[in-house]
Structures are given as structure tokens and as C-alpha cells.
Design a protein around this ligand. Structure first.
Ligand code: DP6
Length: 352
């Protein structure tokens, strides 16, 4: 594993420029939770890239002696975010040697609600990394599209780990595993299309907004708690092992196996937080009510509606687009929406 291929060229030619890019969010099926120095994940993860929930970003670069960053989120200036981006840019200078040679105005907006449990850091850093690679192409010269995407994924990872998976559409793997050829801790790679059953290529993700407030624990703190969690090593090992059944499930179209594995991963992430010191319970009453109602529904109907969770209370409802979906959608509207704070649901799909 080496970062050599990402080191930037010393001969560049900067000039004032504005670029715009857009990047979707993603939802993990095998979760990244725990990391080492330089954003190296403690275990491999796999996610679906969403199709509608995106961040749109424009980046104005004014070549200048002094370096500064100004950021606007949906039109309002965000000083804290600018500080974060400044730190990030300083951190990636060796990969983009021109990066500190100017002033930036970054305007960004999400197509989905804030605090919705949809990872805006993933789409946000994905879009910023794409803007940076566009500038790099203008200043340092063109590289192949494949190399440029890979470097964007590498750079996005240094902003927020899960962001590196958002650069590609479909099912995406980040973290070295023998089960996926070409996988790396440094950047994400698409899971080979030929090894994915058709049933997994068109899926719905409806996010129930159980709780729309601030999350009780940031992912930075959450990852950090894995350093002292006595079960952490076992969890990292289990995530690695989970790639073995996942591979067979994806190949054969085993929906039952998929449901079991994906729900187990979500519950394990939450169990890890409950076993941390200090302990966190990230679910709310509504989260539990939704999970139990889904399990009842599945037992009664046998229909493939299931869930995953990120590090928060909101529930990602997953179900394939294959004919049985109307009954599932009706059920969500009539039985599950009542557990949300304000009837909030964000409807997305994964299609590739
Ligand atoms: C629960 O990528 O947000 O969504 O690397 O510290 O920015 P940082 O963390 P982040 O963690 C995401 C964790 C997760 C699971 C996942 O997406 O794999």
C-alpha cells in the first residue's frame, strides 16, 4: 500500500477559476466504524451510492499569495466549516502542491434535509474532491478519467472516510479485502458488476426521519470510542469475515441472506456504541418501534422490507424494486410514517 501514485506534480500553472461538481451520498451495508491514523479504516466496508441525495458545490479559486477559505452552506456563511476545509487543504498539500496558493469561496448545498441521517459529509467531501481534481487538471495537466476518479476518492477519504465510496455509482468497496480484487485502504473501488445479481441493481432507500435534531455523537467521536472498546477487535474481524457471505449473496441473489447480514451489521454498529465508554444509545423510541413493525410485517407477508442504520436514530428502509414494492410502499405510508417526528421521509433509489 503506497500513496506514491497520488503525490502531485511540482510544475503547475495556476490561474483564477471557478468549477462546479455534484456528488451523491451513500449508505453502508457492511459498516466502517473504527479507524487508524491517516484515515485508514479498521475494516473493509461496502455501500450503495444513492441516486438523488446529493451535494452541489461550486469552488471559486483566486490565485493569490495568501491562502484562505470562505464557505457558504445553502447561502449562509459557515465559519466552522471553512476552518475544517482549511485544515483539510493543508493536510493534502503534498497531493495537490498548488492548493495553498490562493483564496477559495466554496458554495455548497444539499438536495436533502440537514440532520436527516443521510451522510452530508460523504457527499460534501466527494463534491469538494471532484472540484479539486477539476482544478488540478487545469493547473497540473490532464490524467486519465480512471486515475482522476481514483485520486478524487483518495482525497475524499482524507476529508471523511465514507466519502471515498461516493465517487462511484453502484455497490462500492473501501478497505483492503481478499474478497474484492483491487480493493484498498486508500480509496474505494466499484464492486465488480458481473458479480452482482440483477435483483440488487435496482433498490429503494427510504429514510425515515425519526429524529431531526443534532446527532448525540459525531462520527469522529464514535470512531474514537472503538479505540478503547474491548469488543472492537472482534467487530473488525467480523466485518472482514462478513465479506465472504456477502460475496455469495450478491452473486446468487439471496435476498434472505442479504436482509439478515445488512440488519446484523446495523445492529452491531449500535451495539458497539452501547458497549463503549461512555456508552451511547443512538436509537430513539421511534427507531425501535419501526424495527419491530418491520419484523412483524416480514413475518406476516414474507416481503423483502428491511432496514439499516447509520450512527443515529433515523432508519434507512431498504427494499428491491421488483414488483412487490407497491404493497411495501403502502405499508410504509400507513404504518411506519407515524413514528417519525414530522412525517418526514426522504425517498431515494440505487440504480445501476
Ligand atoms: C456509520 O465517514 O462520517 O456512516 O471518517 O470520521 O468522517 P469520518 O467518519 P464517517 O463515518 C461513517 C460511519 C458510518 C458507516 C459507514 O458509512 O460505513
Amino acid at each position: 500500500m503506497t500513496t506514491q501514485e497520488f503525490i502531485g506534480k511540482e510544475n503547475f500553472n495556476i490561474h483564477t477559476q471557478t468549477v462546479s461538481e455534484s456528488c451523491p451520498s451513500n449508505i453502508a451495508l457492511i459498516k466502517y466504524w473504527g479507524k487508524y491514523k491517516d484515515q485508514i479504516p479498521a475494516n473493509p466496508s461496502i455501500s450503495y451510492t444513492l441516486n438523488h441525495c446529493k451535494t452541489n458545490t461550486s469552488m471559486e479559486f483566486v490565485a493569490d499569495e495568501s491562502f484562505s477559505v470562505q464557505t457558504f452552506l445553502a447561502g449562509s456563511e459557515e465559519v466552522k466549516f471553512a476552518e475544517k476545509i482549511e485544515k483539510y487543504f493543508r493536510n493534502i498539500e503534498q497531493y495537490l502542491p498548488w492548493i495553498l496558493k490562493g483564496r477559495y469561496i466554496i458554495r455548497t448545498e444539499n438536495t436533502f434535509p440537514h440532520s436527516s441521517g443521510i451522510a452530508s459529509s460523504a457527499s460534501g467531501f466527494g463534491a469538494i474532491a471532484k472540484c479539486l481534481m477539476k482544478l488540478d487538471e487545469m493547473f497540473a495537466g490532464k490524467i486519465s478519467e480512471e486515475k482522476s476518479l481514483r485520486k478524487a476518492s483518495f482525497l475524499a477519504r482524507l476529508g471523511s472516510g465514507s466519502a471515498c465510496r461516493s465517487l462511484y455509482n453502484g455497490l462500492i468497496v473501501w478497505g483492503q479485502t481478499e474478497e474484492v480484487q483491487g480493493s484498498s485502504d486508500l480509496f474505494a473501488v466499484p464492486y465488480p458488476d458481473a458479480e452482482i445479481h440483477e435483483v440488487f441493481k435496482r433498490f429503494n432507500d427510504w429514510v425515515l426521519l425519526i429524529h431531526e435534531g443534532q446527532k448525540s455523537v459525531s462520527s469522529t467521536v464514535g470512531h474514537g470510542l472503538m479505540n478503547t472498546n474491548p469488543y472492537a477487535e472482534r467487530r473488525f474481524q467480523e466485518a472482514r469475515e462478513n465479506f465472504i457471505p456477502m460475496k455469495e449473496i450478491l452473486r446468487s441473489g439471496d435476498m434472505e441472506g442479504f436482509i439478515k447480514l445488512v440488519e446484523h451489521e446495523a445492529l452491531t454498529l449500535h451495539a458497539m456504541m452501547m458497549m463503549s465508554d461512555p456508552a451511547f444509545i443512538l436509537m430513539k423510541t421511534g427507531t425501535l418501534a419501526v424495527i419491530n413493525t418491520i419484523w412483524d410485517f416480514r413475518q406476516k407477508t414474507g416481503l423483502p422490507l428491511f432496514f439499516t442504520l447509520d450512527a443515529g436514530a433515523n432508519v434507512h428502509l431498504l427494499f428491491p424494486s421488483n414488483g412487490s414494492e407497491e404493497q411495501i410502499k403502502d405499508f410504509i405510508e400507513t404504518e411506519l410514517l407515524q413514528h417519525t417526528q414530522k412525517n418526514g421521509v426522504v425517498k431515494d433509489v440505487m440504480e445501476f
